[in-house]
Design a protein around this ligand. Sequence first.
Ligand code: ADP
Length: 398
Amino acid sequence: MSEAIAVINAGSSSVKFSVFALRDGDLVLDVGGQIDGLSSTPRFVAKDASGRTVAERSWSEGANLDHDGAVEHLQGFLDQQLAGDRLVGVGHRVVHGGLEFSEPVRVDRRVLSTLQALIPLAPLHQPHNLSPIAALLERAPAVPQVACFDTAFHRTNPDLAQRFALPEELHEAGVRRYGFHGLSCEYVAKALPRFDAKAAQGKTVVLHLGNGSSLCAMDAGRSVASTLGFTALDGLPMGTRCGALDPGVILYLLGERKLDARAIERLVYHESGLLGVSGVSSDMRALLASADPHAKLAIDLFVYRIRRELGSLAAALGGLDALVFTAGIGENAAAIRERVCLDAAWLGIELDAAANRSRGPRISAPGSRASAWVIPTNEELMIGRHTLRLLSRTGDRP
Ligand code: ADP
């Protein structure tokens, strides 16, 4: 009988999962997949480590498969898949750990209610992250569950980097910059020494460019600043999120355009960013393939904002030894990487265009003063490792 760790990453319209087998003290992917299209046309697919589909199912449109239904289906699949194996624990991605959680935590009912109290800080993510935890606490209370936070990696940010220039009372109440994509950045921080030992000890900016995008400044592998702040809205324009916005715009929308809070939430989370500017798509592939001038404008704005935020983070670090591109756009869009690197020439980046086209991993020229890399992220593996480590340390590993 072998031991396994399951990882669940539940988002607003999909539940992704991975199952890792424990081998020689580390985790090896056994099977992974997702149920996506929740609330429209749900589809389940599971693939083994070689990418071969091992199970799939579709639901008809309007099947109304909600998150609970998705978790129930997944649990059935995992019970079958794990027959004869021992499930050591389940790790979950949870977007917000607030001030209290600066590292992964074993979830019981008390922890769950503390995390539920953070829902107003991440209304579009936190409820979905927590619903499978609540469902499993109900259905399989003996299985240890561990919450791993997107905010935790950034709790090392200095006090100044966490502050808004708002009255102290609000800061004390938790209105501060938290930063997100921490699991992805932490994975990169752990992987970087294998690629560039000097940068791993030095000043690095991680460019996590996906549907959600952010930059993280790391000094010797520790986060010192992030472009994301109190919520997952700040910083760069994203697929459908606006990124940094003068708060006066919100006042204008409230006062002059008479939008209420819900309408503004919809606008800034779902109708802005690459989608809002282009009017074409939130998907970078579609924008790169489009001849529409607004698609080009959306890409130009994305690249321009990266250029400015990169300067800001390099200033926070007081220099730059390396850039690391990761996530869907960062790993796959050579044209975006090329533009970002050319813009960063003043920071000592000299692009190797051929290496960039073939995805590196090193995409800076040999003599480049600062290096640039493509390092695929693996948030699920990071969650799996945290889960294993925590349960081993606390003796909760059954
Ligand atoms: P999420 O934040 O949902 O995890 P991903 O990290 O998967 O998102 O990133 C999704 C983004 O990556 C989309 O904008 C998609 O278009 C982009 N992307 C994926 N593959 C490519 C590619 N080959 N070229 C350009 N963009 C890509």
